[in-house]
Design a protein around this ligand. Structure first.
Ligand code: 3HC
Length: 655
């Protein structure tokens, strides 16, 4: 039991001459002002108490320290700062050993780097995710990590924000030992053994030499992956500085850069995304509702979408029953799923044992009655109302009364599908994005009659699949496709008004989208949207502005990249401006008596942002989306909106 208290969040107990200091600041032991003050008080005590010969530092619960307290960013700094605490630990006269009992991230990792020895529990994860928040580490990691790992590895780790397990941390030299249990006992023992010995202070080490070409390659690879974001580039610069500048100079430059980036628009946007992700999937009023137990997931349809969902479900640890109409289709479905798993093995994302374990949990059959064993059935069949309602009516008679039915429809009305069943309260929407085993986003559609525990279960399952679930009400196209339609409409208005496809795409790409809108269209193919427009033509408001350029492209067989031409032309596969498309757009303008005018990149992005955020406001007003942050997450994770801009709602608010 702890017998010393240094602050609300820091306690200590002396065991055999070692002061074990425990950080207990739920939920993730972030280094808040109270933690920092408590750590200083513990060091004060250890310094003067002759019965304390060494210290061991650990976290309460499953986390060591999740990092600096992000909620404090943007507020006036309170001393002692984390660098002050860390420098004091490193310089401490008595040995300090880190007992890494769980995630040691950001400032948490930096605390361990200042210790004279690090022992990790084998399940612990270690890393510096700061660049994901638009900042660089601010408490010494850019200077201390390369002293342990060498410059190339430190560049890769910090600029990618990649977390490593304890085993890899050991082989990289970040930790000194890994244990399977009692990490605090092991750390106390090591600490005791260090008494009277010279201490290994990380900051005093020399950065190991690296061959120039390895170094340049690591820096170039990391810079390429930064995709225009500033923080990873600054991280590379700072890590390289560690090899050439004295520690104090490197630390000062790191701190200056950290403070500057912390106050940047990019960091504010990424913090917004961080908190939006934590809020997504929480539904007001349902906090106490318990999820149903789900062990077995049935998936009807094992085509492109269904097989991706199956892989995600297998990755989530579920037993999966895939169902097809014929044995031949079932065999093909199984092949598709195992093919995706094989690919994961080939690319190193999965080992062979992991693949075999997953395949053992998979059945693909033409016998739908096997779905009687399923706790949740997800349909991924052809997006047609008759097909889906008939399927759900059949499932009604097969699955258990407490089983949940989820539709993966993109455009149909899930309320209509639910209404066709005997138990609409067990129907929910799970709108996956393709490829479903890769894309993180899932829109969880709360249908008019979905029972609260059905919604909560759908959210819990999506999280277990490693997905980012965003709750959304029923509307045509849900959150993402509604906003995307508004965005596309506005882009096409601008075409008629004077902008050209490549100008709009260039503005979007400069803003941070991986690909402009028209280039995406060409990649995806124009024919599906064309078919949909033709279906809707009869019900379209004749008074509403309608741009028919895309229809004319389709009429001319310009279906996109597959056809070698669409909004662009693709000689030798290279996207190029096509004078024929420019001529067509000019002809449309002339027919409508539109005098074209020039749009600069800023105006293009401003108009598109406004179209998206106006539609987002409408979704909020209709109660389809609960929070602006949910809309931002959908656009970032489903439609390529740059995360460092925070999403359309956040970005529009900043303007
Ligand atoms: N500061 C403040 N709050 C934090 C936090 C942090 N660093 N990390 C997590 N939280 C909060 C979350 O907002 C959430 O709050 P809520 O319950 O009110 O929604 C709660 O802790 C639990 O978080 P998760 O839902 O993410 O819990 P998990 O158990 O799934 O994951 C985690 C835990 C792995 C620690 C994960 O939260 C995480 O990755 N956190 C962020 C880590 C990070 O980015 N650290 C770097 C911070 S910057 C820094 O350290 C600067 C330094 O160099 C000076």
């Amino acid at each position: 039991m702890p017998d010393l208290r240094f602050s609300d969040t820091i306690s200590g107990s002396v065991r055999n001459g070692v002061l074990v200091v425990t950080i207990d600041n739920p939920p993730v032991n972030a280094t808040s002002a109270d933690v920092r003050a408590g750590l200083m008080a513990a060091l004060d005590r250890a310094e003067v108490d002759a019965t304390v010969q060494a210290i061991a530092l650990t976290g309460a619960g499953n986390t060591f320290v999740g990092g600096a307290d992000i909620k404090e960013f943007g507020k006036p700094p309170v001393e002692p700062t984390l660098p002050q605490v860390i420098e004091r630990i490193e310089a401490f006269r008595k040995a300090a050993v880190a007992a890494i009992n769980g995630a040691a991230l950001g400032g948490g990792c930096e605390l361990t780097l200042a210790c004279h020895h690090r022992i990790a529990l084998s399940s612990a994860k270690i890393g510096l995710p700061e660049v994901k928040l638009g900042i660089v580490p601010g408490a010494g990691a850019t200077q201390r990590l390369p002293r342990l790992t060498g410059t190339p590895a430190a560049i890769e780790l910090i600029s990618s924000a990649r977390l490593v397990g304890a085993g890899e941390a050991r082989s990289l030299g970040i930790v000194d030992a890994v244990v399977d249990a009692d990490v605090v006992g092991a750390a106390a023992e090591v600490a005791k053994g260090l008494v009277g010995k010279p201490l290994r202070r990380t900051g005093a080490l020399t950065v190991p030499d690296a061959p120039a070409d390895t170094l340049e390659k690591a820096a170039a690879d990391a810079a390429r992956k930064a995709k225009g974001q500033r923080a990873p580039l600054e991280a590379i610069r700072l890590v390289r500085l560690a090899a050439t500048a004295p520690l104090a100079e490197g630390l000062a430059e790191e701190r200056r850069t950290f403070l500057e980036l912390r106050d940047s628009d990019e960091a504010a946007a990424l913090r917004h995304v961080f908190f939006a992700e934590r809020a997504a999937g929480k539904v007001d009023g349902l906090e106490t509702v318990k999820a149903r137990k789900v062990d077995v997931i049935g998936i009807v349809g094992t085509g492109l979408m269904g097989s991706g969902i199956a892989v995600a479900a297998l990755n989530g640890g579920y037993r999966v029953i895939g169902v097809e109409q014929t044995q031949d289709a079932a065999d093909k479905g199984r092949e598709r799923i195992s093919g995706l798993l094989d690919k994961a093995v080939q690319t190193g994302r999965l080992d062979a044992a992991g693949r075999d374990g997953r395949l053992q949990r998979l059945t693909v059959t033409s016998d739908a009655s096997e779905l009687a064993a399923a706790d949740l059935v997800i349909e991924a069949v052809f997006d047609d109302l008759v097909v889906k309602t008939e399927l759900f009516q059949r499932l009604d008679n097969i699955v258990r009364p407490d089983a949940i039915l989820a539709t993966n429809t993109s455009y149909l009305d899930p309320n209509a599908i639910a209404a066709a069943t005997a138990h609409p309260e067990r129907v929910v929407g799970l709108h996956f994005f393709s490829p479903a085993h890769i894309m993180r986003l899932v829109e969880v559609v709360n249908c008019a009659k979905s029972a609260p525990d059905v919604l909560v279960t759908a959210l819990a399952v999506a999280k277990k699949l490693g997905k980012l679930p965003v709750v959304c009400g029923v509307t045509e196209g849900f959150i993402g496709n509604r906003i995307f339609s508004a965005y596309r409409r506005e882009a096409e208005f601008m075409l008629e008004d004077g902008a050209l496809p490549h100008e709009i795409d260039a503005a979007l790409e400069a803003y941070g989208f991986p690909m402009g809108l028209f280039a995406v269209y060409d990649m995806a193919g124009l024919e599906i949207a064309w078919a949909k427009r033709k279906r809707q033509a009869a019900t379209r408001d004749p008074a509403a502005r309608y741009v028919d350029i895309a229809d004319r492209l389709c009429e001319a067989g310009r279906f996109g990249q597959k056809a070698g031409k669409g909004w662009y032309v693709y000689p030798n596969g290279k996207r190029s401006v096509d004078p024929d498309v420019t001529a067509l757009i000019e002809q449309v303008r002339a027919e409508k008596d539109i005098e074209p005018r020039h749009f600069n990149a800023d105006e293009i992005t401003a108009r598109l942002l406004k179209a998206m955020s106006d539609e987002g406001e409408a979704l909020l007003a209709e109660g389809v989306a609960a929070r602006p942050g949910d809309i931002d997450l959908v656009m970032i994770n489903g439609y390529g909106f740059p995360s460092h801009r925070g999403g359309p709602m956040f970005a529009a608010g900043r303007r």
